[in-house]
Design a protein around this ligand. Structure first.
Ligand code: T46
Length: 137
């Protein structure tokens, strides 16, 4: 199933909470970090897959919904907890929607930005999924 969540350990004390994200927490060497914020009401972001990139997304404030599609199964999940990360593997189509006005979506990635790694056409994504499953057999 495409939705895989990780629970981070909150380091809480009487002052509040802190989550530290290191390579071993997310399962890959963190090479790039970006955050998505001030998302306009009603928009959908994403609508692409990555050939090689692995990422973990965390809604550090607010909430948003991810649709993930691995070419066989489609699942949605709402992120609304700064102690929960969504693992987004390579070759998974993603669409993000229903952003709350205060949503800050933090994303940790294992590679630098590379437009050539994006598959922005859904039919092309399905074709590449099929080719990969044929080459695995
Ligand atoms: C993803 C989802 C969850 C850069 O210049 N460097 C970067 O590292 C990134 C991520 C983006 N950009 C540029 C490319 C576009 O001109 O920022 C602009 C917005 O990017 P994009 O339309 O791809 O944003 P989303 O929200 O559709 O997708 C992003 C990531 O690009 C993508 O990898 O998995 O968030």
């Amino acid at each position: 199933m495409p939705v895989k969540l990780i629970r981070f350990t909150p380091r809480g004390d009487e002052r509040g909470s802190l989550v530290a994200l290191e390579d071993h927490e997310v399962g890959f060497p963190i090479k790039r970090v970006y955050h998505i914020f001030h998302t306009a009401s009603g928009v959908t972001r994403g609508r692409h897959a990555h050939r090689d990139l692995r990422q973990v997304a965390v809604a550090v404030t607010g909430r948003c919904t991810f649709l993930l599609d691995d070419g066989r199964t489609r699942e949605t999940v709402t992120l609304d907890d700064p102690t929960t990360g969504l693992i987004i593997s390579s070759m998974v189509w993603r669409e993000m929607s229903d952003f709350s006005p205060d949503c800050v979506l933090l994303v940790l990635a294992d590679r630098n930005y590379d437009e050539a790694d994006y598959i922005r056409d859904y039919d092309q994504f399905r074709l590449e999924v099929e080719r990969l499953s044929e080459s695995d057999q």
